[in-house]
Design a protein around this ligand. Structure first.
Ligand code: SAH
Length: 355
């Protein structure tokens, strides 16, 4: 018996009643037998979406310089533990490592790259891409498995894959959006009572939707305690907003097109914008510094134009033209530059570059 994920979700709702968005996202993305990340090759021209490291090596090079700077600010006498969460095809890690080892070959001594990845097939791709670098490689399924060591962590387009809840305001009260069944067994939206309290400083209008991502809060809280305890640093890049706000950002993408999130469970990527405002607020009252900015401003402050100029100097007109397009795609306000945000969390004594 090999029921499709859609059939299993329908049966689950028939038996237990409507499910929340987080349960739906979790099943669609990370179900052991039929989840999107567990079964598919999502990233790249032939996948469903392109990410910044897949646009240009410049992205990974600048993140490599960011990580090297943190290691140097930490005294550069300890082994370099670089961590990546959700490394995709391994492109970002490869570009970072190449840059770090070129600028500072001595880093290789005792250096470990720790990769946190849930997908067995992506893990295999990462292994192939990274096995020739002269550093130790270790994979983990979850952040909890990472040993208690000082680290520099990067995560690009990881937080947006974590399951969210949605609440909707009607007639003076908030309800949780849930997924139920129509008479002909199609997945449909509904509402159910909730005790969740939306932040009181936001004033909702009829129909407004508010999203929370408890899994991202849990991840960042763990990160904050680890950074405090070990003097570490983390950099998150994702699409989202710097201030908490209302809006429905739950979306499905398959083959580079938006689609109905109920159409093909497990076969399309499901994401939501990251509420960096809420995540940054988790550092209040801790000894962890937080800084946020847009991807465009971050990359420009890290030297995007200078590095592109240097790399393009000896190239053909066609390659220079492609590089100009890539730079624009990564940093222009109407491309990824404004939509994507960057958040650094660092131990009290470290002032991160790029903000
Ligand atoms: N950072 C890469 C890939 C982004 S796609 C890039 O920029 O190209 C999201 C990545 O996070 C994939 O590698 C996916 O398998 C991984 N991922 C998704 N949910 C995860 C989870 N709960 N735990 C660990 N990794 C996860």
């Amino acid at each position: 018996m090999n029921a499709s994920l859609k059939d299993r979700i329908v049966r689950l709702i028939e038996e237990d009643g409507p499910i929340d968005v987080a349960t739906y996202m979790r099943l669609c993305l990370t179900d052991q037998t039929s989840g999107y990340y567990t079964t598919r090759h999502p990233i790249g021209k032939h996948g469903d979406f392109i990410t910044a490291p897949e646009v240009s090596q410049l992205f990974g090079e600048l993140l490599g310089i960011w990580a090297l700077d943190i290691w140097q600010k930490n005294g550069s006498d300890k082994p370099f533990n670089l961590v990546e969460v959700g490394p995709g095809r391994g492109t970002l890690a490869a570009d970072m490592l190449r840059t770090i080892l070129k600028i500072q070959p001595a880093c290789a001594e005792g250096m470990t790259l720790h990769l946190i990845e849930i997908s067995p097939s992506l893990k295999a791709q990462q292994q192939r891409k990274l096995e020739n670098f002269p550093v130790h490689l270790v994979w983990y399924d979850t952040l909890d498995a990472l040993p208690d060591i000082p680290f520099t962590l990067v995560a690009n387009e990881f937080l947006d894959a974590l399951p969210i809840h949605q609440y909707q305001f009607f007639n003076t009260k908030w309800s949780e959006r849930a997924i139920g069944l129509s008479n002909d067994k199609k997945l449909v939206w509904g509402l159910r009572p909730t005790s969740f309290k939306v932040p009181p400083d936001l004033s909702p209008r009829q129909g407004d939707i508010f999203e929370t991502c408890p899994a991202a809060h849990q991840f960042v809280n763990t990160m904050i305690s680890r950074i405090e305890a070990t003097g570490s640093a983390a950099l998150f890049v994702d699409y989202g907003h710097l201030k908490s706000t209302f809006g429905d950002t739950f979306q499905a993408v398959g083959s580079h097109q938006y689609e109905d999130p109920f159409l093909t469970p497990g076969k399309a990527d499901l994401t939501a914008h990251v509420d960096f405002g809420a995540l940054q607020a988790l550092t209040n009252g801790t000894k962890v510094n937080s800084a946020t900015t847009t991807q465009g401003d971050f990359l420009l402050a890290m030297g995007l134009l200078e590095r592109a100029g240097q790399l393009g100097a000896s190239q053909s007109i066609e390659i220079q033209e492609k590089m100009r397009n890539d730079v624009e795609r990564l940093a222009a306000p109407d491309k990824m530059g404004d939509l994507f945000k960057v958040m650094a969390l660092t131990a009290g004594s470290i002032n991160p570059h790029g903000f």
